[in-house]
Design a protein. Structure first.
Length: 161
């Protein structure tokens, strides 16, 4: 098989994009102190892109088979949010490997937005627990106040740095 230098450079540029988007997603995890950070998620996205790109070079290989094997291979990772993040980063890498740049970039943005929604989801949990009667009004207000103060303090700390 003979792959032109131009095509190899295109593949390399897709690897850079996929790895970069994965690193942005990993940055959020790194900032929050989770073990799967910039390197891990960047490598997952880059690797998924490379597998996808290389599978397209072989006429006898089915890209859909490669894609399904990437999904299965990523599925063993433990930790719900970390596993979901790594799984989604692999999908971003696959999208970039297929030259779906808009889908990849917007998908990465959605992933970061979803990961940053944690303070909001914690507040909603407290409101729902209170509404369902699992927490008293005082307990829910105290928990909500603690979560709000913690979020505000984190924001102020970030602004001061």
């Amino acid at each position: 098989m003979d792959v032109s230098t131009s095509e190899q450079l295109h593949i390399f540029s897709r690897l850079l994009i996929a790895g970069g988007l994965g690193a942005v997603i990993g940055l959020e995890r790194e900032i929050r102190g989770y073990p799967a950070g910039i390197r891990t998620i960047g490598l997952v996205a880059l690797g998924a892109s490379l597998f996808t790109d290389v599978s397209q070079l072989f006429s006898d290989a089915s890209t859909s088979r490669v894609a399904s094997n990437i999904v299965v291979g990523i599925g063993f990772i433990g930790g719900i949010t970390s596993a979901a993040t790594i799984w989604a980063a692999a999908a971003i890498g696959m999208a970039i490997g297929l030259s779906l740049y808009v889908v990849g970039v917007l998908g990465a943005v959605l992933i970061v937005v979803a990961l940053e929604a944690r303070p909001l989801t914690r507040r909603l949990d407290r409101v729902l627990y209170r509404w369902l009667g699992e927490l008293s009004e005082k307990e829910a207000d105290e928990e909500l106040g603690v979560a709000w103060r913690r979020t505000r303090d984190e924001w102020e700390k970030e602004q001061g740095e």
